[in-house]
Design a binder for this molecule. Structure first.
Ligand code: ATP
Ligand code: MG
Length: 436
């Protein structure tokens, strides 16, 4: 009563404010903790139903992460209970949570913590590339994968560059191959420079496809990047000459140029002083940065795959220009944050290929399309028949030296841009200002 009257006096107005503020500060953690416990309660009840562990080692729900509102990750501290025991109870968890259990795995770097992912809309464990092939209709389109909100197709022109990252064996090269075949199908005139310094183990299959140049050694890679830089310069001259702000391949009859670098760290990371290829690597790093900065207007796109993202591998300026990000499974939260700016890729399901697609403000979990090895060969031999040959002479000898098929060398011709200069472009006025 006394206190009430005291605080009712006007001169205590400030004191009153501090008093309430202090109470609010003290109560905040209690309220948050209470809410969290309440949120965990239904999951804890479900876990208790399974009667795992003894009284002293009962599994405890320690974190519940709602992801994309259609999936929930539950973290359970469970000393003394193995991952296999949790996996064996997968069906029981499914019944207890009344949702599909997508994945059960041990939390990396957190001993005794198991992570269970549940969803009402589970993603498929495998998505067929061929069942979506007919969906690719527009120039520049390729597949990202199945999300919980539908199948995602992306136009490379909107990105215009992309980063693919993830730990070893997570699905980067598989994604690269399907994206490239998709682009070759949707964009019959597009040209490709494919760099695979693992001696072409992944992208070597594309050698011999008209309009596709594959580099398996650092010398060829840098030579092709120099060609690309030259090409970019010519395209900027053309933009100036025509008074247009960007090239739209279908309208200006200038083909899109896609540069894909698998295992980018081998080519564009900062080399050690003793590295005999250091000058070539530094040059590749510089050209890649230039293309990332300026390529959009010239219809030149970069796809870069790497296991880790660090400024010593991918320059910070280059990172900023890689608009689309495909994050496959990452070992740590720090690795995930380096690609997506947030955690998530470290909590992904262990299902092969599972990844997070980030573009603009959206980050969606996806299952990208998969193509079996022998189907890749069939699709590529179809492409060999259909595509037009547009290969620059400057790199031909090097490709021959690397033992690439004779077909590549025989089909050397002028690039489309040379043809455009020689023959003149169609009316550009209508396209000026269009977004690419
Ligand atoms: N989208 C997918 N759907 C189904 N399986 C997949 C998918 N992606 C990858 N896999 C499986 O995972 C294996 C490894 O994938 P991949 O070679 O693409 O990984 P990576 O990230 O390139 O590995 P590394 O860093 O070692 O080169 C594939 O051989 C395939 O069996
Ligand atoms: Mg790979």
């Amino acid at each position: 009563m006394f206190i009430q009257r005291l605080y009712a006096l006007p001169e205590y107005a400030w004191g009153r404010t501090y008093f309430y503020f202090g109470i609010a500060v003290l109560a905040f953690p209690v309220v948050i903790g209470g809410l969290a416990k309440y949120r965990f309660k239904k999951y804890q009840t479900a876990v208790d139903l399974l009667k795992m562990g003894d009284q002293e080692h009962k599994p405890q729900v320690v974190e519940v992460i709602p992801e994309e509102e259609l999936k929930t990750v539950i973290k359970i501290k469970s000393p003394g209970i193995s991952l296999d025991k949790f996996k064996a109870k997968s069906g029981d968890f499914q019944a207890a949570f009344n949702q599909t259990v997508e994945d059960i795995q041990a939390e990396e770097n957190q001993p005794n913590t198991i992570q269970i992912s549940i969803s009402r809309y589970p993603l498929p464990s495998m998505v067929s590339f061929e069942s979506h092939l007919m969906d690719l209709k527009n120039e520049g389109e390729f597949m990202i994968g199945q999300s919980r909100r539908g199948f995602i197709l992306q136009n490379i022109a909107e990105l215009p560059h992309m980063l693919v990252a993830g730990t070893s064996g997570s699905g980067k090269s598989t994604f690269f191959k399907q994206a490239l075949i998709g682009l070759m199908k949707s964009s019959p005139d597009a040209q490709f420079i494919l760099i695979d310094l693992k001696r072409g183990a992944e992208l070597g299959v594309f050698a011999g496809v008209p309009g596709v140049r594959v580099a398996k050694t650092i010398e060829t890679a840098v030579s092709l990047l120099r060609d690309a830089k030259e090409e970019m310069k010519k395209r900027f001259d053309l933009l100036e000459q025509k008074g247009i702000s960007k090239i739209i391949p279908d309208i200006h009859q200038v083909p899109r140029l896609v540069i894909a670098i698998d295992e980018a760290s081998e080519l564009i990371s900062i080399p050690s002083r003793s590295n005999p290829e250091k000058n070539l690597m530094l040059e590749a790093r510089e050209i890649t940065n230039d293309i990332a900065k300026l390529g959009r207007a010239a219809a030149i796109n970069l796809l870069i795959a790497t296991q880790k993202v660090h400024k010593s591998i991918i320059d910070t300026a280059l990172q900023e220009n890689l608009g689309g990000r495909m994050a496959f499974r990452m070992a740590t939260l720090a690795n995930s944050a380096s690609v997506l700016g947030s955690k998530g890729a470290n909590n992904l399901s262990t299902n092969p290929g599972r990844s997070l697609w980030q573009f603009g403000l959206k980050t969606l979990e996806v299952q990208p399309p998969f193509i079996e090895e022998k189907k890749i060969k069939r699709l590529i031999s179809d492409l060999k028949e259909k595509r037009t040959a547009l290969i620059q002479p400057s790199t031909a000898e090097k490709m021959q030296a690397e033992g690439q098929p004779q077909a590549d060398i025989n089909k050397i011709g002028r690039t489309n841009i040379d043809r455009t200069y020689a023959e003149g472009t169609p009316a550009d006025s209508q396209s000026a200002g269009n977004t690419v």
